[in-house]
Design a protein around this ligand. Structure first.
Ligand code: HEC
Length: 410
């Protein structure tokens, strides 16, 4: 077993140019018919590093282009086939490395269920207080509720077609709040009646509402990825306020609320984390040590210490906003392992590597700085989000294979 190398770096807070990396330049695109069109159409919101790994078949590229259109890409009718031909020729699927299994003393048991609608693409999961497991069926535009005791699933279609529900969270009354990243609103589902109340974002540029989270006072905070904003929704009044993120194209992604009541978020388009002042909505950014880092999701432990998955470099990162100290550990699956979903459970970090086959569940114990990993039986199909359950386990959404997984710790 290779002992993970430890990297200790102090973050510098000096200003640096906005989101830039070698992959940013359209010159990262190989020559060929359609190259200019891809450079023009596909680099406005994110860099070209999204195209190379994991790569896709032509049919998958066609699907993806349609998804991009849902979040604001506009194309002439003749363009999708030109884009799909180029992308399929130059960015075909790259085979995934096998998951690296690191044994250890912790024992887990996986239970998995297929969601009701095949191809629904469960993007995010939510473990509710009553033990039920919820998911967003992003591509089928449904919200699903699974009863793990009986295996029974009920899906609730969104009244607005192609809403593309992305993230979800329950309030104390058991209502489900979700971000409709395709249709650009926040929804509130009453599970008893199936009725959805819709809260439109007050600015048309605020496209792609992404991940929601409640703070301890019942205020909903959320990221707006493509719109490069973060938001606050006060359920008592329905009022929504938005704040712009200073770094252009920062792609605000995962969000958590620390025990102090402060929301923090990951900026997937750059090497920064953000903090939202809960009173003034002012956004402060923290720069991470390596400019190539792309933090996708975020977790928080005692004292508002932040943990992030570095999707681009294959690292687990720790950042302490109070001291500015940053530390990183290479993820067991290596630089291309694409760590993504992450959460904290009893001060231990759990996350998933999503570019290994099958996806791997990773446990990192900060006290001993040791890793343990498990292959996910159902394959994972890119685990994009996970969270603790009330019973002390974890729920994972296995997007591409259409499953939910419950991980019970022994
Ligand atoms: C209007 C902004 C915008 C444009 C233009 C755009 N994208 Fe995206 N793209 C996004 C957003 C937002 C996401 C993240 C979606 C998510 O995480 O759910 C994304 C994600 C992706 C992903 C990763 C999907 C995944 O499963 O994680 C790929 C690949 C991609 N885009 C390719 C493209 C291509 C190809 C084009 C040009 C045809 C394009 N994008 C143009 C906004 C855009």
């Amino acid at each position: 077993m290779r002992a993970p190398a430890l990297v200790v770096i102090l973050a510098v807070s000096s200003p640096s140019p906005a989101a830039s990396s070698a992959a940013d330049a359209p010159s990262a695109l190989p020559a060929g018919a359609g190259r200019a069109l891809v450079a023009q159409r596909c680099t406005a919101c994110h860099d070209t590093s999204r195209l190379a790994v994991p790569g896709h078949t032509r049919a998958e590229w066609t699907d993806l282009i349609e998804q991009m259109s849902n979040v604001g890409l506009t194309l002439e009718p003749s363009e999708p086939p030109v884009l799909a031909d180029y992308l399929a020729a130059h960015f075909p699927p790259v085979p995934r490395a096998p998951a690296r299994v690191i044994p250890g003393r912790v024992q887990v048991a996986f239970r998995e269920w297929s969601v009701r609608t095949p191809g629904a693409f469960p993007h995010d999961p939510f473990a509710a207080a009553d033990g039920s497991l919820w998911y967003t069926g992003q591509r089928a535009s449904v919200l699903g509720r699974l009863d793990p005791a009986s295996g029974e699933i009920r899906e609730y279609p969104t009244p607005v077609p192609r809403s593309g529900p992305h993230g979800l969270v329950a309030d104390l009354a058991g209502r489900i709040w979700f971000t409709a990243n395709g249709a650009g609103y926040i929804g509130r589902l009453d599970p008893k009646t199936g009725a959805v109340v819709r809260y439109d974002l007050p600015q048309p540029a605020a496209r792609d509402p992404h991940t929601p989270v409640f703070d301890g006072r019942g205020v909903l905070w959320f990221t707006v990825q493509a719109g490069n904003r973060v938001g606050r929704l006060v359920p008592a009044t329905g009022r929504i306020d938005l704040a712009a993120v200073p770094t252009p194209r920062a792609l605000p992604y995962g969000i958590v609320v620390g025990a102090s009541g402060v929301p923090y978020f990951a900026e997937f388009g750059t090497h920064r984390l953000g903090r939202i002042d809960p009173a003034t909505l002012e956004v402060h950014e923290y720069e991470l040590p390596n400019p190539a880092t792309r933090p996708r999701r975020i977790a928080v432990t005692r004292g508002d210490v932040l943990w992030y998955t570095d999707y681009a470099r294959g690292y687990l990162g720790r950042y302490d906003p109070r001291s500015g100290a940053a530390r990183e550990w290479p993820s067991p699956g290596g630089p291309a392992s694409q760590p993504y979903a992450i959460t904290a459970l009893d001060e231990v970090i759990w996350y998933c590597e999503t570019n290994v086959e099958p996806n791997a569940l990773v446990r990192f114990d900060p006290r001993t700085e040791s890793f343990q990993t498990w292959p996910i039986p159902g394959g994972g199909g890119v685990v994009r989000h996970m969270m603790p359950t009330r019973a002390g386990g974890l729920v994972l959404a296995e997007s591409g294979v259409g499953k939910l997984a419950l991980v019970e710790l022994r």
